[in-house]
Write a protein that binds this ligand. Structure first.
Ligand SMILES: [Fe+2]
Length: 204
């Protein structure tokens, strides 16, 4: 059984940048639906899941039984991506990265502002529903990417350490069609301490 993370803040804690009702519906309805659907699809496939983490499953999609493969990619991606999304947000965020992550950002993007612009552009420019991601490769090298729907960079060999959900359900109640305003504001609640932790320690 896979599950959603425990939300590490109150529903209204990210206001005014993300409103209480959006967090409530996003976490309790949208994410919960992905969790319910994923567990339902995987019923009877315990020989396949066999204690594997969701990240491990999504990093090797060819190994997923063909009859449930696309369902696991969609619903499993929905669980993984949302768990990452909610976990890197905070009402008391660390405003900038330090240490090895900062060094790598400066090396790859010049500075933090350039990186934020690049992720923002990837997220805003994603046609239709999807995410903007900051990912690392197996050597720790950073890159920015976007994905459609609930696809996941793990399936292409990258480890995601930050994502911005740009499905309309992530922002429509407060921002309506103004995706760029939502993306601009979300940087106020992205916790670079969490991203640092994932950069240094996250493995599937
Ligand atoms: Fe979402």
């Amino acid at each position: 059984m896979f599950n959603k993370i425990d939300l590490p803040y109150a529903y209204d804690a990210l206001e005014p940048y993300i409103d209480k009702e959006t967090i409530n519906i996003h976490y309790n309805k949208h994410l919960q639906t992905y969790v319910t659907n994923l567990n339902k699809i995987l019923e009877g496939h315990e020989d396949f899941t066999n204690g594997k983490s969701l990240g491990r499953i999504l990093s090797d999609t060819e190994s997923i039984p063909e009859g449930i493969r696309q369902g696991v990619i969609n619903q499993g991606g929905g669980v993984f991506n949302h768990n990452l999304y909610f976990s890197v947000l905070s009402p008391t965020p660390k405003k900038a990265p330090e240490g090895e992550l900062l060094d790598e950002i400066n090396k790859t993007f010049g500075n933090l502002e350039n990186l934020k612009t690049e992720i923002s552009n990837a997220a805003i420019g994603q046609f239709g529903s999807g995410y903007g991601f900051l990912v690392k490769d197996k050597d720790g090298k950073l890159s920015v990417t976007s994905v459609l729907n609930q696809n996941n960079p793990l399936s292409n060999g990258f480890i995601p350490i930050l994502c911005i959900d740009v499905w309309e359900h992530a922002y429509y109640l407060k921002y309506q069609n103004l995706r760029a305003d939502y993306v601009k504001n979300i940087w106020n609640v992205i916790d670079w301490g969490k991203v640092e932790g994932l950069y240094m320690n996250f493995s599937i």
